[in-house]
Design a binder for this molecule. Structure first.
Ligand SMILES: [Zn+2]
Length: 482
């Protein structure tokens, strides 16, 4: 259930409250008696007074939760993340105490926003397939701060909704979320948020020579789709669009290069995490009426070893004339992304950013803590993206696209092959995509294989689908709308 957020002008001292304080002394104002104040003082971890702490006080008629956030000399984004994590801790208290409402206050600062963000993101549940679902009890959060505008609260609510939309898509099993059903879900979200959706069916995909999508789909029973999402408000500040491309492999068996089941094929419903990032980002931009022209391109199919499946050793030729020798049918994400990167050209984009759960190599390099980024865009654009990644704590590390990394993509009989070597595979996958970008537009590739899906819970990101990329893209793209 999505929690309702409302601005409130003053604290109601008889209701549950979470309040951000910079100094422990400030807590005294919220204690109903001396005993309570002594309890709060006893709970302070004196050794760690430089770090944020959450102190829970049960005052019998109501709960008071203190978020002690001392001034810090570290960059602002550290504090923002500490506050989100405090929000996650508060979520633990809200769940345990089964609260239905809570006030969140940071009287003169905007810090209540980050606490609320962490709390809301923690409240996500995916209950669709439970016979007896147990939804959480929280219904309403009231935000109290003279520094926060009502519009910022609404904006946050929409960012969380966009992240949840992405999580839902990732968490949906393949038995439901085939490529045509993914298109139906995108249409529903388009109607809800107000962005346009055009879906190419298999005939149209054939007509557009989208060879990668057709190739990967050859072993499937369900047809592929190619989805074009458009957010183009009348007051858009840009004429050339920003384009987001997302890998929509709704299920990846590996094809004839079959994956093992354990810790591999068993969570491959998540191989459309890139598509989810694109849908969630455009949903959030549209819901918040951001005056920016943005297009989303999502090639979608499952990858199966059916009777007519593509075989290792086959050669295909793309609409841009490039031929590819398929050395491994499990390197399919790059094959379908290539069609979208070719298709993006006609829009003369300002910048193309692609999201894909592309390589295990990205996971081995950075684990779940950061995504892998690389691309041909200008240094200043990348720096701006890295700033957004710090602000949202969707951190990233840039990998190089040095020409030497393209060597393993050589083929004896085609222009390139789709595999290369296991060493530096995350980069080689990027080098493969670069063949379809050529010099047509500035481009950034983000490999979210490590961040899109979690096997263990990780604070407010939760477990399973995380919505990786949505908060990042919203922060990054809105900076161009100002
Ligand atoms: Zn694969």
């Amino acid at each position: 259930m999505q929690v309702k957020l409302t601005p409130q002008s003053e604290i109601d001292s008889n209701q549950h409250l979470a309040v951000v304080i910079q100094d422990i002394q400030q807590a005294q104002n919220y204690c109903t008696n001396e005993q309570a104040w002594q309890y709060v003082q006893s709970q302070v971890d004196e050794k760690n007074k430089q770090r944020s702490q959450v102190i829970h006080l049960n005052q019998y008629t109501h709960h008071t939760i203190f978020v002690y956030q001392p001034q810090s000399s570290k960059p602002a984004y550290y504090t923002a993340e500490a506050l989100r994590k405090a929000g996650h801790t508060i979520w633990g208290i809200v769940s345990k105490e089964k609260l239905s409402q809570l006030q969140i206050a940071s009287l003169e600062s905007t810090q209540a926003l980050e606490v609320t963000e962490g709390l809301l993101l923690s409240s996500y549940q995916f209950l669709k397939y439970k016979k007896e679902p147990v939804p959480h009890t929280l219904q309403q959060l009231s935000i109290i701060s003279s520094a926060i505008e009502a519009s910022q609260i609404e904006e946050l609510e929409n960012i969380v909704a966009g992240t949840f939309a992405a999580r839902d898509l990732v968490n949906e099993p393949f038995v439901y979320l085939t490529a045509p059903q993914l298109s139906e879900e995108i249409k529903k979200l388009g109607l809800e948020a107000g962005f346009g959706v055009e879906v190419f069916d298999k005939e149209q995909i054939i007509a557009h020579n989208m060879e990668g999508v057709l190739t990967v789909n050859k072993g499937s029973v369900d047809p592929p789709t190619f989805n074009i999402l458009t957010h183009k408000p009348d007051n858009a500040v840009n004429e050339q669009p920003y384009i987001l491309v997302g890998k929509g492999v709704v299920y990846d068996t590996g094809g004839l290069s079959l994956k093992p089941t354990g810790k591999s094929m068993d969570f491959m419903k998540a191989d459309m995490g890139g598509a989810a990032a694109v849908v969630g980002s455009i949903y959030t931009l549209a819901k918040n009426n951001v005056p920016l022209y943005v297009i989303g391109l999502i090639p979608a199919t499952d990858n199966r070893p059916g009777l007519n499946a593509i075989t290792p050793g086959d050669v295909i030729t793309y609409a841009n004339g490039k031929s590819v020798e398929i050395m491994n049918t499990d390197a399919e994400g790059r094959l379908i992304l290539a069609d979208a990167l070719i298709y993006a050209r006609q829009f003369n984009p300002m910048l193309v950013l692609d999201f894909a759960t592309l390589t295990g190599s990205a996971v081995r390099a950075l684990g779940n803590e950061a995504l892998v980024m690389m691309g041909t865009a200008e240094r200043s654009t990348k720096n701006q993206l890295i700033e957004s990644s710090e602000a949202t704590y969707e951190r990233m590390v840039e990998f190089p696209l040095w020409e030497e990394y393209g060597e393993p993509l050589k083929s004896d009989i085609a222009d390139i092959n789709n595999l290369g070597t296991a060493e530096a595979q995350a980069i080689i996958a990027g080098k493969f995509l670069e063949h379809f970008v050529e010099e047509n537009y500035p481009w950034i590739h983000m490999d979210i294989a490590g961040t899109a899906f979690l096997h263990k819970p990780q604070t407010y990101k939760g477990k399973n689908g995380t919505g990786s990329g949505v908060r990042l893209m919203y922060h990054f793209l809105t900076s161009f709308a100002k």
